[in-house]
Write a protein that binds this ligand. Structure first.
Ligand SMILES: [Zn+2]
Length: 169
């Protein structure tokens, strides 16, 4: 298993809902955690090539598994720097809802409805976007706000993506 990068078609597909959260999923989440941990706080199924609607995240208080998420409600807006393991070396300020109400299946397969705020709400919105085939760069309205680290392997494809999007606006 490895993390796929921007340009890979799976990142632009809508992920399929999961029928049941089985123990295989919990094992899968553990393998994904190893890929996520060095540099990231969240990782979605499509980012490891799986067209399945789930993601994992850890904002400092343990690994969470979220399947079939649906944002039911959102409040306020907040802008903060975001990056993505599938778009390495790229950062940009992104506006997100400050607080969300999320319906999802947890790691035991139970349907839950919970409110999230702060970094956790941001990560959930970023990862839920992945399940719709959306990337954080799609939210950028001003390309001059993008930070590109030297040697980023995706700088060129990022520029192409932004250019193509600008042409459709
Ligand atoms: Zn991402």
């Amino acid at each position: 298993m490895k993390i796929v990068l921007i340009g890979s078609p799976v990142l632009r597909k809508k992920a399929k809902p999961i029928r049941k959260v089985t123990s295989d999923f919990v094992d899968l989440a553990a393998s994904m955690e190893a890929l996520m941990k060095p540099n990231g706080v969240g990782l979605a199924g499509p980012q490891v090539g799986l067209e399945l609607a789930f993601f994992i995240y850890d904002v400092g208080d343990g690994l969470r598994l979220v399947a079939n998420p649906q944002i039911l409600d959102h409040k306020g807006t907040v802008t903060n720097e975001e990056g993505c393991l599938s778009i390495p070396g790229i950062w940009a300020p992104i506006e997100r809802a400050e607080q969300i109400t999320l319906s999802y299946l947890d790691r035991s397969g139970k349907r839950r409805i919970r409110e999230f705020s702060g970094l956790e709400a941001r990560v959930i919105q970023h990862e839920t976007d992945h399940l719709q085939g959306r990337l954080f760069i799609d939210h950028i309205t001003d390309p001059s706000t993008i930070t590109v680290e030297e040697g980023s392997p995706v700088a060129e494809i990022l520029a192409q993506t932004i250019e193509a999007r600008a042409a459709t606006l």
